[in-house]
Write a new protein. Sequence first.
Length: 602
Amino acid sequence: MKAGKNRFNPAILPLTGFAVYIFLRPLLDGLTHYNLQLLFQLAVTAAAAVYAGLILLGRARYRPTGLEAAALLFLAVNAISAAVSTSPYRSTRLFLEHLHYFLLFFLLVQMLAAAGERGERFSRVLRAVILASGILVCLYALEQYFWGFRETLGYLKESNLLATTNPDLLARLYSRRVFSTFVYPNILAGYLIALLPVAISLGSEAGADRRTLAALLSLLLLTTLGLTRSTGAMAALGITGLLWLAAAWSGRRARARTGTPDRLQPAWLVPVLTLAGGLIGLWLILRAAGLWTPLLGDKAITLRDRLAYWSSSWRMFLREPVLGFGPGSFGVHYTRFKIMRALETQHSHSLFFEMLAENGLLGTGAFLAFWALLLRRIAPRMAGGGAAAGLGWGAIALFVHAQLDFDFSDPSLASFLFILPALIPVRSGRPDGRPDRAGSSNRPWLTRLGAGLIILIMVAAGIRQARLYRADRIFQNGLTELSQGTGRPGLESLHRAAGMEPDNPHYWAQLADLYFQAGRFGNSTVLLEKAVENYRRAVRVEPFASGYHYRLGLASEDLAGRTGQAVWKRGAATAFRRAAELYPDNPNYRQKNLPYHTPGNE
């Protein structure tokens, strides 16, 4: 029976859930709230399992997008790379994050398609939710700038807490660069430039009130962006503007020839390449004349650091060109490939270069293929202007900024990289915009087989995410109990969490740190031996982390000094040598290693 016009559409329920997700996502940043990030992943995984179950039972229909092959190839390479990674815990955790992003994208696309004629309306509602959440983020940033920084610094001074406060946090407080609900100003800036085209697109809709609202929202976003003082975001916004002008120019040429601007023509690359060549030429001239550094000032140092990170990423890629070192492992292996005098970092500050280092040529190629096919899919709708153009150009701005910073390492920002293009309704299931003959898969048995496999994968992923969440909650509760003076229950909780997730090196290292401090102050060799034992476990599951080897060396050295036993001295020598090998540019590691490997001390 044909559904009536006012009949309840079952797609409303999951879309309402996605509206809540989209609203909360930037307010509860994934780098700050790791447990909430796991809950978000669990929710999306459960939704995917339910949807696959409905497909299996014939109660729902999957509409092909033409993007499935590229997404599956990337996830397969990601999974294989994680399986052979020398950092299994980090790689598994990041693989689950990547799985969550792609599930989120495909679920949104399918739910909007299932909504039928209401899909456009739901998309507008979700766009309004994105902007409403963005307003709250901006208002909090303004509060930080005008009141928050000053009050926080005043409190820290009055409470004599400046000496114990994280130096990075203090630097941000003194710099007055706003970061709002995000951890870093540059991550907030990436979020803002993604929302700016979405806000501007409101002005293309009918009504003076919409144009006024678009102007006010754009002003709010630009003001907040200015307070972040992020040069990378400004550059990304400029590049996106250039791409938009080139696409508009190409669209006019296409309209003049064919009467339709529904495709991006190859000619749009001409102005882009011309300007890019001019900028590179200008850079070469300024650098040859010795004017580059004086003109940029501190920004030249930032650019130099970025180039050093990318050079290290390239070195890592050349070492493991096919599959990379495994998702999430860049920060572990970075010190081995670090350029001399470059800063320490956990991220390459470029999605492309970090993908190369962690996922190799196969993973990076599949990831870029997915985005190229996605752009081809949404380009006809973007060419028509309006909300689709705002969402599309917002995603492009964020994608460009991700090549200059570590946006993809922030779960909130990475989520929006997939959410924005997913909200552009495309009626066709084909990526080129042409009608699909059946509107869904022509092989129902294949669709149901795929749904069954997806259910199995989702159940396995959900169980893994639940274990990660449970272990982290137990571990955090243990730390809280220790801070409250309940030693034994707290330690038992920490050991329980480590037993649940034995591949997590952070748990073992944290336990070792506690035993090391207690052993030193309590003059207990028993506790120091436990510290060495737990540091060895951390090194066993994360063999290329130089910091764990160094801390193992410190604990072994302390034991050698207290007991006089040669076995501990040999252990310290081995650990310090390995730390220096993994991080040759660290002066502390070299200094500790030198006395153990000079003539007479071997």
